[in-house]
Design a protein. Sequence first.
Length: 115
Amino acid sequence: MSKHTPGPWLADNFLCDGDHALRIAMPDVRTMPGATIAVAQHNWSDAEFGERRISWKEAEANARLIAAAPAMLAALEFITEQFGDWLDGVEDPDRADTDAMEAARAVIAAARGEG
């Protein structure tokens, strides 16, 4: 199982001349303002006919979502650890609760490269 770069991550505008928060990075690494993990791209000017266009605003939203990934994974792991065993032991659990726990476990497995 491969491990991801530990959080926290941030979305900043380091690679975009201060305009758009498109870079996902670890904060404050040596002399750089963080080590780049990924860059969210837009294709507004480059999209061809019929291709879905991604605007600057959408690319920024994608960067923020990706930057929040380590915290979201930790939250899902916490929730499944705290409530998963309890829910598994309930004689007749609510289907919505069971489905939600299965979905959370599937996301965790996918993030870990297990699913």
